[in-house]
Design a protein around this ligand. Structure first.
Ligand code: NAD
Length: 366
């Protein structure tokens, strides 16, 4: 089977980690008889330098012609001027909106052998295996009116709008239920229904859709309670579904549970991942940024990006067995004691980006 992957390495460590993810995908291709074809494009600072835009129409068209997108990271001090007209992150927002990538999935799993590399106590993070499903194309970040103005008296005002349609809420809630069905069948819908009207609609729609998913246990939690519970008792959660802004904050908080930014993958899907072998179009990227402090030095941890390709295999190509092969290859390499610098501890063997990629490649090949 042939799969077309659009590859946007981006800036900083983006190219370092994306190279290793391609190495892993090629190993999957050799072992399972699939043909992965890559088309490369620019996004972020490197695209601004070449074209004056963070994402060109041609690159966007190339992405929509493919079956999935693999992205590295964007940004860096070179493009940090707050007065700049174009910023690397504009490319991220543009691609999410243009490709209707409404569901952002961020799994956080604490591997027993990594328990001591987080800033939280081992007994708190033990057994953590959760998935945050964040709405990505609506709410405060996109809602209108969104503007700033001066009143007659000359004082400044600004407004952002947390707007949600029934359709937008229903598709992300359904995504949460579908994913919970394939896991421990527990869905926590997070809102602020005690204060916000959009949250009250959110909660009502979640309750209505729950009738279609009797096997899944649904609970509702206020976002402030959720922020607290994530640190107090993170093992409580299976799947969390929430709106854009709440999800942005909660996913960053949840990422702390696992030790290093270099370990966490993500998927942003344009369809509901229904059934046993979902085939939703999606964009896959590590959760970390461009890490300019270590870019090009063979120091970046490629595991987050490699695990993102496992998500691509599972959610865009319907290749669950192949995805599991990538995940267990990563686990085996960690069990063998190999670590990149960010997750290094006493008695372990340090590996660079490329060495780590090659170790995982070898394990995938079996
Ligand atoms: P960052 O995630 O790039 O780095 C934070 C820290 O984590 C740094 O010390 C870095 O060395 C380390 N780190 C990150 N990824 C790592 C990896 N794979 N292996 C080992 N260590 C890793 O966040 P930042 O420093 O706040 O931002 C740097 C740039 O990235 C900024 O321009 C920011 O706007 C951009 N950014 C981009 C994205 C994205 O592309 N999705 C996300 C966040 C930040």
């Amino acid at each position: 089977m042939k799969y077309h992957v659009a590859v946007l390495p981006g800036d900083g460590v983006g190219p370092d980690v994306v190279n290793e993810a391609i190495r892993a995908l090629d190993a999957v291709g050799r072992r399972f008889g699939h043909d992965f074809k890559y088309e490369f494009g620019l996004i972020g600072g490197i695209s601004i330098d070449k074209y004056g835009e963070a994402l060109t129409r041609e690159t966007l068209q190339m992405c929509s012609r493919c079956n999935a997108v693999l992205l590295g990271a964007v940004g860096g001090p070179k493009w940090d001027d707050p007065k700049a007209k174009v910023r690397p992150e504009d490319g991220l927002l543009a691609i999410r909106k243009a490709l209707d990538l409404f569901a952002n999935l961020r799994p956080v799993k604490m591997l027993p052998l990594m328990e001591n590399s987080t800033s939280l106590k081992a007994e708190i993070v033990r057994g953590v295996d959760l998935l945050v499903v964040r709405e990505l194309t609506g709410g405060l970040y996109f809602g209108k009116p969104k503007r700033r103005w001066k009143t007659k008296s000359g004082s400044r005002r600004a407004v952002d709008s947390m707007v949600y349609t029934e359709k937008e809420i229903a598709r992300i809630i359904r995504t949460g239920f579908e994913l919970a069905l394939k896991r421990r069948k527990k869905l926590t819908s997070v809102d602020k229904a005690n204060v916000l009207e959009s949250s009250r609609l959110w909660r009502q729609i979640a309750q209505e859709i729950a009738a279609e998913y009797e096997q899944v246990k649904l609970d509702h939690m206020l976002v402030d309670t959720c922020a607290m519970r994530l640190i107090q008792n993170p093992a409580y959660f299976d799947v969390i579904v929430t709106e854009n802004t709440f999800g942005d904050i909660l996913t960053d908080e949840a990422s702390l549970l696992s030790g290093s930014m270099g370990m966490l993958p993500s998927a942003s899907l344009a369809g509901i991942p229904e059934g046993k072998n979902p085939r939703a179009f999606g964009l896959y990227e590590p959760i970390h940024g461009s890490a300019p402090d270590i870019a090009g030095q063979n120091l970046a941890n490629p595991i987050a990006t490699i695990l993102s390709t496992a998500m691509m295999l599972r959610y865009s190509f319907g290749l669950g067995k192949e995805a599991a092969a990538v995940e267990s290859a990563v686990l085996n390499v960690l069990e063998d004691g190999h670590r990149t610098k960010d997750i290094m501890s006493d008695g372990m063997k340090q590996a660079g980006t490329i060495e780590m990629g090659k170790l995982i490649e070898k394990r995938i090949e079996g």
